[in-house]
Design a protein around this ligand. Structure first.
Ligand code: GUN
Length: 297
């Protein structure tokens, strides 16, 4: 029987453990604060940010939300970030990506104070991850590590294939998988849009992480019997539903499930973990910035 990992259950468990950390911070007079900044009218981005704010409300994290007109000058965004850097009640800052084309993404990421960069996207934090000394692990790859751990999937000595080379998921995922640390020590291959014969690579893998952003790119014929398959894709495809679309992962779930021992669904797999690990990084940021120790899950 294939084990379908319940991402909501794992995320809830982590958030319950985080609640204890938040209570300890509160006792010491500290309310963790997370600022989200949205400069987009993309419905998916709006949904993601409101889910992040909802998670803050549920846990007693102070959520501050800033919305900028997507046509506003780039300087407005930079100045918003600078003000948040200077605000002692804000421990974590997240600028929802993507930003509009006229805003230089690299400049935004560099502008966030690295100690408040709960996404782990600032070049200093990327460098620390690559050097094997991460400050904030990027939320989605960290959540995937937690899902694998919850499903008792050993990574050490295993062949892992990451499909996708994005800065948000693919690259940091591969970097976590090769760390000399629990959840790492995997022999890791990164595949991408120019990879030839993708299936030949994925069929060799004990662990496949599909994060390319193409609906149902990875199907059962590309999965080795007994593999663990993690689906990061959230693709809106036209469908005759009330909303006019449905969400489809990067994995063809039914066919992959026939081969895999362990698989994540979409929705309800990786998605909830991204939010849980954002809360984790915010709690960690608050603890470090205020010198109030907590025991993170
Ligand atoms: N856009 C898609 N995923 C993410 C994420 O994890 N963080 C931010 N800031 N933007 C995103």
């Amino acid at each position: 029987m294939t084990h379908v990992i319940d991402g909501n259950a794992v995320a809830n468990r982590i958030q319950n453990d985080l609640q204890e950390c938040i209570d300890d911070l509160e006792t010491a007079g500290v309310t963790p604060g997370l600022a989200t900044v949205l400069m987009s009218e993309d419905p998916a981005s709006e949904t993601y940010v409101s889910m992040k704010q909802r998670a803050c409300d549920e846990l007693g994290i102070q959520g501050l939300h800033h919305e900028l007109d997507p046509t506003a000058a780039a300087d407005e965004l930079f100045e918003t970030v600078t003000a948040l850097n200077d605000d002692p009640d804000v421990h974590g800052i997240l600028v929802q990506m993507p930003v509009p084309d006229h805003v230089d993404r690299a400049t935004v990421l560099r502008r966030v104070d690295p100690s408040k960069d709960v996404d782990g996207f600032h070049p200093e934090n990327v460098g620390r991850l690559v050097a094997g000394n991460p400050r904030y692990k990027p939320c989605t790859p960290h959540g995937i590590q937690k899902l694998l751990e919850a499903a008792d999937v050993e990574t050490e000595g295993k062949d892992a294939v990451v499909v996708g080379r994005s800065d948000i998921v693919g690259k940091p995922m591969a970097n976590l998988l090769i760390q000399k640390a629990p959840g790492g020590n995997a022999t890791t291959t990164i595949c991408h849009s120019r990879t030839t014969d993708l299936g030949e690579k994925t069929r060799r893998a004990d662990i496949v992480i599909a994060a390319a952003g193409y609906p149902e790119l990875v199907d059962g014929s590309m999965i080795r019997e007994g593999a663990a398959v993690i689906d990061v894709g959230v693709n809106r495809v036209d469908a005759e539903t009330e909303k006019g679309y449905e969400l489809v992962g990067d994995v063809a779930f039914e066919s992959a499930k026939r081969k895999a021992d362990i698989i994540t669904p979409v929705p309800g797999g990786v998605g909830p973990m991204t939010i849980a690990m954002l809360m984790y990084n915010t709690v960690k940021a608050a603890s470090v910035q205020t010198d109030v120790p907590v025991t993170l899950p």
